[in-house]
Design a protein around this ligand. Structure first.
Ligand SMILES: [Zn+2]
Length: 625
């Protein structure tokens, strides 16, 4: 949290000159920071009071807004719904009329007399379980008085129309015993100060830098020239940051080695919030990326090994976002409109390339064997089957906040990865193994970088100009166009082929993956999952994905009884017979027969034996960089 350059001091000095008194109305809003105060000490009814003090306005109509959406979430969350009692005051302290325009916007009519605004902020974690469309926890907020504060600042701090590029100064009154973790530059406030003061060069930087206030549970380590800080909020104290250090350090060092000389960041902060999963705590697990930090939310109940694996999977993805969108992004992202967002067409890159790298670096850096890498690719192929394979990826991306595109969003992590895999193999083939997607991203980041966005429509033509005509055909057919990708065609270029194999499974589980699930909205009904391959047990009985299991051998099925039956099923003999009553499209069906020995047909990617040296060396350059 250092980063105390001269710029910060200069900027602060300007702020001080104009900070108070009658001279205030002479300093225009564009010439002075928006001074924003958050009072974390005097929390009232689980709400935090915020005061926003901008410079003077020349216009009579001033509109103040809280974001409807923020980068990286791809959902419209209306953070204004968590704001209460918005007030505006003139320079004498008298109240000015405020008119609410919509859920996220408030208008002050006497703009030239506007001195400051105040309002109260509710948090999102408390209400997640009850909400119809809850804010994804890593983008949400928590206020637990005196214990912890998850400050995703878009939930606390707003902006004035036309003045998003003005600097901000954040003054945060904090309770004793809690420390802040953030990538925002901090102004030194001295030992025992009751306030932390942070600065941001524009509104984008305010919301790009979440702050976690929590008891000190923090570690730092160096990854090449990057300082990584990780702060953990663990409600019962079960997890100390130090317990997660070794695995994170090893993983992030491998990520940095994979990236090589690409321009990255000096500091990276991991804000890990562990939820106790009670009804008033976070329920949405995963992470949200920011340019130099990430907020991760996971259940505290995960055992150590699962916690480490979850952190590896989640943080490796978020950290690779420093390549894109940090260093390669379009104008839609650089000048993000928080209340009327225009989306970019390139989710295949922002999320797809990121997720592809999060898998590729593990094989290239020797963290996983190649068999596991192939398995991960095959899992992406299978998961992608749940989404529309003929939907143009660029069109989906451009319209991702609306139906029918929105429900296909998770495919950016599945097919998005495979688009990059195919592109990587194509680039390797055309360049005799020398160039791949990582090379492409390095070239693009040299050309653009953090402060130079590209025109959305120019990216693909530019990539084609930098590479090969075949790359243009690929984009036209499979990313802009609607033709599904024949993955086997690309695997063949590196001497790989998909083969079908029969594998043993459990009756209700394939390893740890269940064939059944619980429908929380339908009274906890147990149903057979759709869009996955079923084993011979279910298929032999004539069961289908979507069937609701009502009874087994006369026993009514709920979460408790099915758990007991799953436990017993490990001892079933193939000759045992079963009677399963299912509900399908409102009709009840009785499915009967022997349980058999459950097995399933799976597709695996294997290395074809006896392929030419060219193919083998192309594969080597793809897997080993
Ligand atoms: Zn992502």
């Amino acid at each position: 949290m250092a980063n105390m350059g001269n710029k910060v001091f200069l900027f602060m000095a300007t702020g001080l000159l104009v900070g108070c008194g009658a001279s205030k109305n002479l300093v225009l809003v564009e010439n002075t920071p928006v001074v924003t105060s958050l009072d974390l000490v005097n929390v009232v009814k689980d709400m935090v009071k915020v005061t926003i003090d901008p410079g003077a306005f020349r216009a009579e109509q001033v509109v103040f807004r809280i974001p409807k959406t923020v980068p990286g979430t791809y959902s419209a969350d209306d953070y204004g719904q968590y704001i209460d009692s918005v007030r505006a005051y003139d320079y004498k302290g008298a109240r000015l009329p405020v008119q609410q325009l919509d859920v996220n916007s408030w208008q002050v009519a006497n703009g030239t007399s506007l001195d400051r605004m105040t309002y109260w902020v509710n948090d999102t974690y408390d209400t997640e379980r009850a909400a119809e469309a809850p804010v994804f926890s890593p983008a949400g907020s928590n206020i637990l008085s005196g214990e912890n504060y998850m400050l995703n600042l878009h939930a606390f701090v707003g902006y004035f129309d036309g003045f998003k590029e003005v600097p901000y100064e954040l003054r945060i009154s904090k309770p004793d015993g809690l420390i802040a973790t953030t990538s925002l530059p901090e102004v030194p406030s001295g030992e025992g100060a009751l306030q932390d003061v942070f600065v941001a060069s524009r509104y984008f930087d305010v919301i790009d830098n979440p702050i976690l206030y929590a008891p000190n549970n923090k570690i730092s380590f160096k990854v090449s020239d990057i300082t990584v800080n990780m702060a953990v909020y663990s409600p019962t104290g079960a997890y100390a940051a130090i317990n997660l250090k070794d695995r994170m350090e090893k993983m992030m060092s491998a990520q940095k080695a994979f990236l090589g000389d690409i321009n990255t960041t000096e500091e990276y902060n991991i804000l890990l919030y562990l939820s106790d999963m009670s009804s008033e705590d976070a329920q949405g697990f995963g992470a949200l990326e920011h340019h130099t930090s990430t907020v991760v939310v996971l259940p505290e109940s995960l055992p150590q090994e699962r916690m480490e694996q979850a952190m590896v999977d989640v943080v490796s993805h978020e950290f690779f976002h420093i390549v894109t969108p940090l260093n390669v992004h379009s104008k839609e992202i650089q000048y993000f409109d928080f209340n009327d967002p225009k989306m970019s067409k390139h989710l295949w890159m922002y999320e797809g390339t990121t997720e592809y790298f999060a898998n590729l670096f593990q094989i290239q850096q020797g963290l996983i064997p190649k068999e596991e890498f192939y398995e991960r690719l095959m899992a992406k192929v299978n998961n992608a089957k749940a989404y529309d394979d003929t939907m143009s990826f660029t069109e989906m991306s451009k319209n991702i906040l609306a139906a029918p595109y929105e429900e296909n969003y998770p495919n950016v992590y599945e097919k998005g990865t495979l688009i990059n895999m195919a592109l990587d193999i194509l680039l390797r083939e055309k360049s005799n193994g020398e160039r791949g997607v990582l090379w492409l991203m390095k070239e693009l980041s040299k050309k653009y970088g953090k402060n130079t966005p590209f025109n959305d429509a120019d990216l693909i033509p530019e990539i084609v100009a930098m590479t090969y005509p075949e790359v243009g055909v690929f984009f036209n057919n499979h990313v802009v166009g609607t033709q599904p990708i024949d993955y086997a065609k690309y695997w063949a270029k590196v001497g790989l082929a998909p083969i079908k194999e029969i594998e043993q499974t459990g009756y209700f589980l394939d390893g740890e993956v269940p064939f059944i699930d619980v429908d929380g909205e339908n009274g906890g009904a147990i149903f057979i999952r759709e869009g996955i391959g079923l084993n011979s047990f279910f298929l032999g009985l004539g069961a289908q994905g979507g069937d609701i299991i009502r009874k087994i051998d006369g026993r009514t099925i709920d979460l408790d009884t099915i758990r007991a039956i799953i436990g017993q099923s490990f001892g079933w003999s193939p000759k045992r017979s079963i009677a399963m009553e299912v509900e399908r499209n409102g009709e009840t069906l009785l499915l009967e027969g022997p349980v058999g020995s459950p097995e399933i047909e799976v597709t695996k990617i294997v290395e074809v034996e006896g392929v030419s040296g060219t193919l083998a060396s192309l594969r080597q350059s793809w897997l080993k960089g």
